[in-house]
Design a protein around this ligand. Structure first.
Ligand SMILES: [Zn+2]
Length: 129
């Protein structure tokens, strides 16, 4: 699907049951826009592992990938999803990735025009911990 907000391509992915509580709406999947980084619910996600490299090569692989995508998607509503974001930061770190470094690299990626101010959000993220 294309992003309903900006029309760019998205990467759809299944959200594992243990991460679904972090996805507003409770759908089994989500799609991350490759350009504005907005997250959209998906009722029928693909079964194959997500190719977040299509969004940015800043994205981690493996276990950290889906929690990082959810985290990025929630950043725009940081105050509202503070508890979810804190839990997701821990999940990404436990999977061996540095979520702050990923946000920095996304902010530096010329292919991304994020809907939220990533640098400001990164600063706010640090205050959460
Ligand atoms: Zn978009």
């Amino acid at each position: 699907m294309d992003c309903p907000a900006c029309g760019a391509a998205t990467v759809a992915f299944a959200v594992p049951a243990d991460l679904r509580e972090f996805l507003p709406g409770g759908d089994p999947g989500a799609a991350l826009c490759a350009e504005c980084l907005r997250l959209h619910p998906v009722a029928d996600p693909p079964a194959e592992p997500p190719a977040f490299a299509a969004v940015s090569d800043a994205f981690p692989d493996g276990e950290a990938a889906v929690p990082m995508a959810l985290l990025v998607g929630l950043l725009d509503s940081l105050a509202r999803y503070r508890a979810e974001i804190t839990a997701l930061l821990e999940r990404v770190e436990r999977a061996g990735s540095d979520p702050f470094l990923v946000v920095d690299r996304l902010a530096d990626d010329p292919g991304i025009d994020a809907a939220t101010d990533l640098r400001r959000r990164r600063h706010q993220l640090e205050q959460l911990l």
